[in-house]
Design a binder for this molecule. Structure first.
Ligand SMILES: [Zn+2]
Length: 142
């Protein structure tokens, strides 16, 4: 949820830093048809502060699935792994698109864990991505 007490200038900075797209699934505001929400990377309920270094953009889906999670179980090793941090980590170092451009593949423990925890390939978004691929709007290359 968007913190109501953010200054307009801080909102503008975070939105520009995130390139107006979700830090987790890379969906843009144009494709979402709505503004991304400003999320706390470390949730407030887990001690996260409302400061620029802890804020990023997320789409409503990713934000709701992330909720108060900070860690989740790696589906390959079973170990607890910290979720992807879109401010300090590089998306393409942890994720890749499959050959169809529709599915997000986790290529590190962080990537694998975040794909599962945030349901980055659930059926609703996969159906939408298929349409975007057919329209040549997807996937993003950077
Ligand atoms: Zn998203």
């Amino acid at each position: 949820m968007n913190p109501p007490h953010l200054s307009a200038s801080l909102r503008r900075r975070v939105r520009a830093q995130a390139r107006y797209r979700c830090g987790y699934c890379l969906r843009t505001e144009e494709l979402a048809g709505e503004r991304m929400t400003i999320e706390h990377i470390q949730p407030i309920s887990r001690g996260g502060l409302t400061v620029e270094q802890n804020l990023w953009l997320a789409c409503r889906r990713c934000n709701e699935y992330k909720a108060a999670q900070t860690h989740a179980r790696d589906p390959l090793t079973g170990k607890q792994v910290r979720l992807f941090n879109p401010r300090t980590q590089v998306w393409f170092e942890h994720f890749a698109w499959d050959a169809s451009g529709v599915l997000i593949q986790g290529i590190t423990p962080t990537g694998r864990t975040t794909v599962i925890a945030l349901r980055l390939n659930n059926i609703e978004i996969v159906v939408a991505r298929r349409l975007w691929v057919a329209a040549t709007w997807w996937p993003p290359e950077e």
